[in-house]
Design a protein around this ligand. Structure first.
Ligand code: SAM
Ligand code: DTB
Ligand code: SF4
Length: 322
């Protein structure tokens, strides 16, 4: 039932299914593989902000663009622990630490991050990091420290990638994903829509993810958050139907994955988000900030969970110790 041999034509056909039928099909697969009442609640924390040498056209943290993001050096382990405890108390079961790095370097900062991973995992939270490129050895060290998942997005198709980022290649991304997989860390990888890509690029990205030797355990679907000062500041908002098409298609072709309705929720109504859950999304980022941009607050999300009768998913539900 889990397939890694999808063709571009098959994925395109699914993506282009009439919308209500697509939602129904996504919802059907969702119910076969998941409890549709459960939504995973994750908290993000930017542990090192801004000043990044990369040129990702969407990113407010790239040093070369003039945005309002203030550079902040790597946080202290104590401060991170404090934030993780707060996240746990507010109902999150996954805690994801992000750093505006091109890649991990073997230095004191990495040792500090390993300390954060140890600390956060001791709280019983699923620990995730997103730190840029990793070698196999660095992935092993993170695993030993207790890392549960690693986020590294493909962002878009291989064909469109060069229009968005020039300072690294698609192959670099795929190599890091392989290093993460080989270290037996859960893989989180998805992308962004609304960057000026074609439908073919969205389908191409889903094809790459769904034909990896193993599907990612998590697939974040982000709507671009246009930030002033970045090259994509003037991109038009994507329609919610496009978010739904991405979510439902990801759900159908990677049925076991957690599909995360990620960046962009601040510009969606409750009803629009409900359709995303219906189509197969079962994870969100909670807390009033993503890494540097706003996200719905706890009051709004608590109300949404109540109205939609959703409940937060417990931590480590799918964990089989390796
Ligand atoms: N520096 C590391 C990297 O690029 O892999 C980790 C942090 S980076 C901010 C993580 C992801 O956030 C990116 O891959 C991208 O998918 C997402 N992201 C960044 N800025 C965004 C924006 N303005 N809108 C939507 N998603 C964004
Ligand atoms: C993901 O796919 N989305 C998150 C997380 N993984 C790291 C990041 C979204 C960032 C949105 C822009 C910001 O807040 O800086
Ligand atoms: Fe740097 Fe990551 Fe932003 Fe790209 S997405 S500029 S690598 S922080």
């Amino acid at each position: 039932m889990i397939r890694n041999d999808w063709s571009r034509e098959e994925i395109a056909r699914i993506y282009n299914t009439p919308i209500l039928e697509l939602i129904y099909n996504g919802a059907t697969v969702h119910r076969q593989f998941h409890n549709p009442k459960e939504v995973q609640v994750c908290t993000l924390l930017s542990v090192k902000t801004g000043g990044c040498p990369e040129d990702c056209a969407y990113c407010p943290q790239a040093a070369r663009y003039h945005t309002d993001v203030k550079v902040h050096k790597l946080m202290e382990v104590d401060e991170v622990m404090h934030k993780a405890i707060e996240a746990k108390e507010s109902g999150s079961t996954r805690f994801c630490m992000g750093a505006a790095w091109r890649e991990v370097r073997d230095n004191k900062d990495f040792d500090k991050v390993l300390g954060m991973v140890k600390g956060v995992s001791s709280l019983g939270l699923e620990v995730c990091c997103t730190l840029g490129m990793l070698t196999h050895e660095q992935a092993e060290k993170l695993k030993e420290a207790g890392l549960y998942a690693y986020n590294h997005n493909l962002d878009t198709s291989e064909e469109f990638y060069g229009d968005i980022i020039s300072t690294r290649t698609y192959k670099d991304r795929l190599d890091t994903l392989e290093n993460v997989r080989n270290a037996k860390i859960s893989v989180c990888s998805g992308g962004i829509i609304g960057m000026g890509e074609k439908e073919d690029d969205r389908i191409g990205m889903l094809l790459t993810l769904a034909t990896l030797p193993e599907h990612p355990e998590s697939v974040p679907v982000n709507a671009l958050v246009p930030v002033e000062g970045t090259p994509l500041e003037d991109q038009e908002k994507v329609s919610v139907w496009e978010m739904i098409r991405m979510i439902a298609t990801a759900r159908i072709i990677m049925p076991k994955a957690m599909v995360r309705l990620s960046a962009g929720r601040v510009r969606m109504t409750l009803e629009e988000q409900a359709l995303c859950f219906m189509a197969g999304a079962n994870s969100i980022f909670a807390g009033d900030k993503l890494l540097t941009t706003p996200n719905p607050n706890a009051v709004q999300d608590t109300a949404m969970f109540q109205i939609l009768n959703l409940k937060p998913r417990q931590a480590y539900k799918d964990h089989h110790s390796n």
